[in-house]
Design a binder for this molecule. Structure first.
Ligand code: PLP
Length: 397
């Protein structure tokens, strides 16, 4: 039977594909170390678990308002007030089943067919697919040659009559770069000049290292509030990936439309998970701080190990939990007689030979790179990096 051209064009998520392959090998008894998934290995905070249990005991197991329970939307507003001094009303907050569908709903509500979104590559896997699913077009500004920082003149040059939005993701998945205030002000000025939406994905905002601070664009440029859709959620900093709760904040008119779309797709996010997230936002700050300290340790460990390796180039990450490694100098070399033609064959060979799973950079619009998620235990990082080092030492021209 015929499938739609939309379905045929869609690529599956490469990070999920690598994780699935690594899990399959693990099930087959192989000593796999996976740097694939962007998923903390910590338990979700006790405050979240307790709030979820209490919600179940109270019988909170039915549909909730489509945009989320008011208690969670109020908790999100409280969080944004405390953390960034921003004042949002609960009607300007939409709760979704993770941050991912909210990004899709945002594209869907601002793009007409053929409209363009400016995207800074390397970029998270799902943006491009979601833009295309909405019949939009990604216009990529490459940052691989500029330390992963978009140059404002390149961004300006990429704007056309069809540009509708700029997608900003800081701290960035996959590069770990954190945008500073001047850059964000410059990007906001371009958005203002050309009357563009800003989608500001700050899902890693709690995770910055080495004294680098995250800046919220709306707090920096209050005039941008009316054109900005902020994306955040509990998945990363609160180690709550499986609960599937994200939130978007923005002008009520667009939040209402996104809520209407969501109403036809998923209805509300899981009721128990929403209550768990209220618990997390109100009672897990110490846990977030403890996990952050552990991430910083892991980041320092992986940076230290990677800096000692041959053939690769690498800039220490300032945020999120990814190390993005340039393996272009290895391409064309051989491992055990097998040629490493591109980042995809590099990843497959690394997994087969050393049972180390990383994600090919081409999934992030950055062929010739690999992404290592260091959201796993230090012993695993230590062992995985030992194997990666050995793999690199075995490369031959
Ligand atoms: C940049 C970025 N945005 C959004 C998401 C989606 O998060 P969630 O798991 O809450 O859907 C991710 C998850 O990997 C991400 O890396």
């Amino acid at each position: 039977m015929k499938l739609s051209s939309r379905a045929m064009k869609m690529e599956p998520s490469a990070t999920l594909a690598v994780t699935a392959k690594a899990k399959e090998l693990k099930r087959a008894g192989k000593p796999v170390i996976s740097f694939g998934a962007g998923e903390p290995d910590f338990a979700s905070p006790p405050a979240a678990l307790e709030a979820a249990r209490a919600a179940m005991d109270r019988g909170e197991t039915h549909y909730t308002p489509g945009s989320g329970i008011v208690e969670l939307r109020e908790a999100v507003c409280g969080y944004y007030q405390d953390r960034f001094g921003l004042s949002y009303e609960p009607t300007q907050v939409l709760v979704g089943s993770g941050a991912k569908p909210l990004v899709y709903e945002a594209f869907s509500c601002i793009l007409d067919p053929g409209d363009e979104v400016l995207l800074f590559a390397p970029a998270w896997v799902s943006y491009v697919e979601q833009i295309r699913l909405c019949d939009g077009r990604e216009v990529v500004v490459d940052t691989a040659g500029t330390d992963y920082i978009p140059r404002l003149e390149d961004v300006r040059r990429a704007v056309t009559d069809r540009t509708r939005a700029i997608l900003i993701n800081t701290p960035c998945n996959p590069t770990g770069v954190v945008y500073d205030g001047d850059l964000l002000r410059g990007l906001a000025a371009i958005a203002e000049e050309h009357d563009l939406w800003i989608i500001f994905d700050e899902i890693y905002e709690r995770l910055t290292y080495g004294g680098k601070a995250h800046e919220n664009l709306v707090a920096l440029v209050p005039e941008a509030k009316e054109r900005t859709i902020v994306i955040n959620g509990v998945s990363k900093a609160f180690a709550m990936t499986g609960w599937r709760i994200g939130y978007a904040l923005g002008p009520k008119a667009v939040m209402d439309k996104m809520a209407a779309l969501q109403g036809h797709l998923t209805s509300n996010a899981c009721s128990i998970s929403q209550w768990a997230s209220v618990g997390a936002l109100q009672g897990a700050d110490d846990d977030v701080r403890t996990m952050h300290a552990a991430f910083e340790d892991r980041r320092n460990l992986i940076v230290d190990r990677l800096l000692a390796m041959p053939h690769i180039a690498f800039a220490p990450p300032e945020g999120a939990f990814y190390a993005f490694v340039d393996v272009r100098a290895c391409l064309g070399m051989k491992h055990d007689g097998q040629s490493l033609d591109d980042d995809v064959t590099f990843c497959s060979r690394l997994l087969e030979a050393e049972y180390v799973a990383a994600v090919p950079g081409s999934a992030f619009l950055a062929p010739g790179f690999l992404r290592f998620s260091y959201a796993n235990a230090k012993e695993e990082i230590e062992e995985g990096m030992k194997r990666f080092h050995r793999f690199l030492e075995q490369l031959r021209p």
